[in-house]
Design a protein around this ligand. Structure first.
Ligand code: NAP
Ligand code: SF4
Length: 682
């Protein structure tokens, strides 16, 4: 998309900054939205080039102003993992085809140079000092002084290689705790040579690399540096040091600063749902005020409105988005066309992107199953429009209806309750999960735009749906009632009762089931006082400092902000660590929250009975009574299939998707993907 050209006047008035061009070094960008570097593993998949081209082209056509490639290592020992890209083994023909395709689609494309240092998941990893990262069980070898010097040249040669491959410039990755960042912080740099010891020597590696790379990029290619604007680790850089570094890097020839927040090993959430939008804006503003070159803001910017607000307040000149562009390749295009309400928002769950990266899978997105799998989904519209009934307005049904209508079918969506959304409505009640409400708003806007005929308060029957050409059943799930003696006791409620606020929990609460919903219910009760409702509370809870000399920007004396009015016991029958089925990258935050709030977590529980005293259990051979005036059932789900049985009996053909098809391991990811696939299969 040549976005400025098709932007509608009203959209420009509403988003004057976001949709305005900007000159970055030698490049003129069409919009202020930059697609930040993402590790996609697409290069390792079958039909890799076709996949990469489809992935990047769709974002370029969607109107982003600049695309940054996934990290490419300047040396073999700096790759993330075996098989990851290093400039020494780049396939030039492949890269040239890719860079040409992206540029032809309307966006400049630069290569990110990233040395993983002690984060590398390879046997021969290196770092400034032989100190293992808490998130990597391998201990790195400390680089010798001459190896460090060679590596500076290595970055310059890597830049040269990527420019030969057709990239429009490079970004040097200096944040998130990767090698350059490791040199900058005393936490990981305990050298005593020309490359470590005091601040002047710790920053030398970064500055020398920029000088060397600038000699390659000159004035004709873009040079970006991703700087750690806030470290969020003990013995990380202070803000004074960060600004001093920025000053030196600017003098060394940087055209633009991209920003990173926190190291990957930080114990403060930086991109999870509990992180309020704009939580780290202060750090970006300080940087912006200290330098003359443009600055990109990043982290938790997932709507055009928020992006515009950041730009309009002069907190930054550009916004760098990663996950939001997985969620919607057309983020800018929709905004420019006055369809901003239809942008599919990233809900910051990490479930299909970062979690998959951590388990060596290819990422996608729970709200956009096409992400990074573009070629696996047909883009052709139907030539044979059908009448379609979709029953159930939760994530699966709503998605199927939107997609089918957008694909040219005549769709009616029946929902028995008075509102759309199903379990998304309950999920959005969980502290930190308000983004599900944003998702639901976007779905409603897309349903309206696609022309879905929504019938609320309408329980579908065989008669109602039997006249349609195609019927999709997405009636969802109901809470499972486990076979425990006393399950009908007056103290027993379901998670639906609590999360919908139909019932209020008493002071002593026992939760049966510690899967995603059990944890959610506990957090809901702990957070009844809206712990993270604002940035100030979040910052106070996690001990963010305002002192510019605080190492890592952390105040170690801060006390957590948690107000728990309940005495909560969370239980599961299986043994082992609680919450192990939850998101790899965010379950630690949930466990940490519940631990700090004093929630008891019991595994290996055998439920015996429920009565006035509470829940009687045996555990490790001992009988205990978990005193409770409220027992919340979070023991999984059963499919809601009343209509399915009736349709089958009446011989009406239908397709079942979402929880109605299979309740176990139901989540938004499966529901949404099944909805898309069901619609495309009509
Ligand atoms: P779930 O994750 O499968 O958890 C069900 C829990 O109930 C487990 O702790 C299970 O543990 C227990 N349980 C199962 N059968 C039981 C029985 N007959 N009696 C007593 N306890 C029983 O399901 P969910 O919590 O309902 O969540 C539904 C889906 O949504 C899951 O796929 C989940 O991953 C997803 N979700 C994810 C999140 C997230 O934050 N990532 C949040 C909410 C939901 P034991 O069998 O060991 O007792
Ligand atoms: Fe965002 Fe979740 Fe999609 Fe990742 S999977 S991009 S966090 S919505």
């Amino acid at each position: 998309m040549k976005n400025a050209a098709i932007a509608e006047t009203e959209a420009i008035l509403e988003f004057p900054m976001l949709l305005s061009p900007i000159q970055l070094g030698p490049l003129e960008l069409q919009s202020r939205v930059v697609m930040g570097a993402m590790h996609t593993r697409l290069e390792t998949q079958p039909n890799a080039l076709e996949r990469e081209i489809a992935f990047y082209r769709s974002r370029a056509e969607g109107g982003v102003g600049l695309i940054i490639s996934g990290g490419i290592s300047p040396s073999e020992d700096g790759v993330f993992e075996p098989g990851a890209l290093a400039t020494s083994h780049l396939d030039h023909a492949y890269q040239k085809e890719l860079t040409t395709a992206v540029r032809d689609a309307g966006s400049p494309f630069i290569a990110q140079l990233l040395h993983a240092g002690r984060y590398a998941k390879i046997p021969e990893l290196v770092a400034p000092s032989p100190i293992a990262a808490p998130i990597n069980k391998r201990t790195p070898r400390g680089l010798t002084s001459s190896e460090v010097e060679s590596l500076v040249d290595g970055f310059a040669m890597a830049a040269e290689t990527t420019l030969e491959c057709g990239y429009d410039g490079v970004e040097i990755m200096g944040s998130e705790g990767y090698l350059i960042n490791q040199f900058l912080a005393s936490r990981s740099n305990q050298r005593d040579d020309a490359w470590g010891g005091d601040w002047t020597r710790r920053k030398r590696f970064a500055v020398e690399i920029v000088r060397a790379v600038k000699r390659i990029t000159g004035d004709n290619k873009l040079l970006s540096f991703r700087i750690s604007a806030l470290e969020l680790v003990e013995h990380g850089m202070t803000q004074v040091e960060i600004l001093d570094l920025a000053h030196d890097l600017q003098a060394a020839g940087i055209d633009v600063f991209n920003t990173g927040i926190g190291w990957h090993e930080s114990r403060i959430p930086t991109v999870a749902q509990v992180t309020p939008r704009g939580a780290f804006a202060d750090a970006i503003i300080q940087l912006k005020q200290a330098v003359q070159v443009p600055v990109m803001a990043s982290n938790r910017i997932n709507t055009p409105e928020l992006a515009e607000e950041i730009l309009a307040s002069s907190a930054a000149d550009l916004v760098s988005l990663c996950r939001p562009l997985l969620a919607d390749a057309d983020f800018v295009r929709k905004t420019a066309q006055g369809r901003g309400a239809q942008v599919v928002p990233c809900v910051a769950c990490n479930q299909a992107c970062l979690d998959r990266i951590f388990v060596a899978q290819a990422p996608s997105c729970i709200v956009n199953p096409r992400a990074a799998r573009e070629i696996d989904f047909s883009a052709a519209k139907t030539t044979a429009s059908k009448t379609v009934a979709v029953v159930g307005g939760g994530a699966a049904g709503l998605t199927a209806a939107i997609e089918a209508a957008a694909n040219g079918h005549d769709v009616t969506l029946y929902e028995a309750s008075s509102s759309l959304g199903g379990l998304l409505n309950l999920a959005s009640q969980i502290p930190g999960k308000g983004e599900f409400e944003t998702l639901l708003s976007s779905m409603k806007a897309r349903a309206a735009a696609a022309g879905v005929n929504v019938k609320l308060n309408t329980r579908a029957t065989v008669d109602l749906v039997s006249g349609y050409d195609h019927v999709i059943i997405a009636t969802g799930v109901r809470p499972r009632l486990p076979a425990i003696d006393g399950i009908n006791h007056s103290t027993v409620v379901t998670y639906e009762d609590i999360l919908s606020r139909r019932r209020t929990a008493g002071q002593r609460v026992a939760i049966i089931g510690a899967g995603g919903i059990g944890f959610d219910a506990a957090e809901f009760l702990v957070d009844a006082h809206a712990r993270f409702s604002d940035i100030a509370t979040f910052r106070a809870h996690y001990g963010l400092s305002t002192d510019p000399k605080a190492q890592g920007g952390i105040d170690n004396t801060a006390t957590p902000h948690l107000q728990n009015d309940h005495d909560i016991t969370l239980m599961q029958r299986s043994g082992g660590r609680m919450g192990r089925t939850l998101s790899i990258t965010t379950s630690w935050i949930k466990r940490d929250t519940l631990n700090r709030a004093g929630v008891r977590m019991l595994d290996g529980v055998d439920y015996r009975k429920i009565n006035d005293d509470g829940v009687h259990i045996t555990r490790a051979g001992e009988t205990q009574v978990i005193a409770a005036d409220t027992v919340i059932l979070c023991a999984g789900q059963s499919p809601e299939r009343g209509l399915v049985d009736a349709l089958t009996l009446a011989g009406v053909e239908h397709e079942i998707i979402g929880g109605a098809e299979k309740a176990a391991e139901l989540d938004a990811m499966r529901a949404i993907e099944q909805g898309v696939r069901a619609a495309l299969a009509i």
